[in-house]
Write a protein that binds this ligand. Structure first.
Ligand code: GAF
Length: 382
């Protein structure tokens, strides 16, 4: 837990609203493997991390709500009965979207004050958006006794993102952030929403995220486009989602597809298999296989699914060439953000120093390194 942030959020809340808040931590996530498979009803292998969003929330007697993002030093005030997505909005639409989805479900919520701050960068593929959505829905559920289950809450968060932010995301991020378990990754079946926890021990390898510091700015429309391609191919195959496709039946419609769309669908089918194989490799402590699957995943994301960028490819290529990183790949939606790496502990420092320098020389900007631990999902702070 980041006590400095907890204290900051708490003090600002007291100072601004002259009352004690309810405090919530909602984590970001990593994903070991299984990228862009969630909205194809396939498998993903994420876990919550010890970095995320710290939110302070309470009821107010004002006849409007106030929400403040401490990181950005920005604030919105709104009336619950009178909200719509903000055109130029960023974090605001996650908050408003959650409120709108609760209202659609006829949940009765009163006015509230909210202040939040995070220790994960936005747009880095670590799911700061799901963490924020989850903290808001979790906080409102607690304040107004809405009686929602965690599963109901993650779907509210997801719909907020669909309808107020415009990203037709899958359920991985909200699930991992809400249901994360300390020291475990979760093999989530995104069709049944059942997850199998796997205790994670990377032995001699250190889990490290390297942020390209490229924000996925183009990602929203490109993300939705990928989803549309997958849905169209599934329709042509007369199945409800690509999770049910095999390479064999994809090949039966190959002549109807452009090469690009064929490769994208093929990537999803293959990645879905990799996610399941990776969990078995983890169970058998076969880190060599796990790492090889991660490199394959990146290759598919870059060449077939086309959601990588030069900076991500550079970091993964450096990892592969080093002989000290057993597995690496881009993580999350893509077009920027982080790579996830399993680095030999004895050689980790020198690898990171060398790679950071080469990155700076090549791209004339720096990358950032994060060490994260697998942690529990969204919860109240005492
Ligand atoms: C983003 C989305 F929000 C997730 O649902 C998932 O599709 C991911 O990209 C790619 O695996 O984080």
């Amino acid at each position: 837990m980041n006590n400095a942030i907890i204290n900051h959020v708490n003090q600002e809340f007291n100072k601004t609203f002259n009352q004690e808040p309810v405090l919530i931590f909602s984590p970001g996530r990593i994903n070991i493997i299984g990228e862009h498979t969630d909205y194809n009803e396939g498998f993903v292998f994420p876990g919550a991390v010890n970095k995320g969003i710290y939110a302070a929330i309470n009821k107010t007697n004002n006849n409007f709500c106030t929400a403040i993002a401490l990181d950005k030093n920005t604030k919105i005030e709104f009336e619950i009965g009178n909200i719509s997505p903000l055109k130029e909005g960023s974090w605001e639409n996650y908050v408003l979207g959650v409120v709108a989805e609760l209202l659609k479900l006829n949940k009765v919520i009163g006015n509230f004050n909210l202040i939040f701050k995070g220790d994960i960068p936005a747009g880095a593929g670590m799911s700061s958006s799901a963490a924020l959505e989850n903290s808001v829905v979790f906080g409102l559920n607690n304040l107004f006794d809405l009686g929602l289950t965690k599963e109901e809450m993650i779907f509210i968060s997801q719909k907020a993102e669909h309808n107020y932010v415009g990203v037709k995301c899958g359920i991985m991020d909200q699930y991992a952030s809400m249901f994360g378990k300390k020291d475990y990754a979760l093999l989530l079946d995104c069709r049944s929403i059942n997850a199998r926890p796997f205790k994670i021990d990377f032995n001699n390898y250190q889990l490290v995220l390297i942020n390209t510091n490229v924000k996925h700015s183009l990602s929203d429309s490109a993300y939705n486009d990928r989803r549309t391609v997958c849905e169209d191919v599934a329709k042509q195959l007369k199945i409800s989602a690509l999770r049910d496709a095999s390479e064999h039946n994809l090949n039966t419609i190959k002549s109807n597809l452009s090469e690009e769309n064929y490769q994208k669908a093929l990537y999803v089918i293959q990645e879905n298999g990799r996610a399941q194989r990776a969990s078995l490799a983890m169970q058998n402590n076969d880190l060599k296989l796990l790492g090889a699957l991660m490199y394959k995943s990146h290759e598919g994301l870059s060449k077939q699914y086309q959601v990588s960028c030069n900076e991500l490819d550079f970091l993964v290529n450096e990892a592969k060439a080093s002989n000290v990183v057993i597995g690496a790949r881009m993580m999350g939606g893509g077009f920027g953000g982080c790579t996830i790496n399993l680095i030999d502990k004895d050689k980790c420092d020198s690898f990171l120093t060398n790679t950071s320098k080469k990155y700076e020389d090549t791209f004339k900007k720096s990358c950032s390194v994060y060490f994260v631990e697998l942690s529990n999902g969204t919860h109240l702070l005492a």
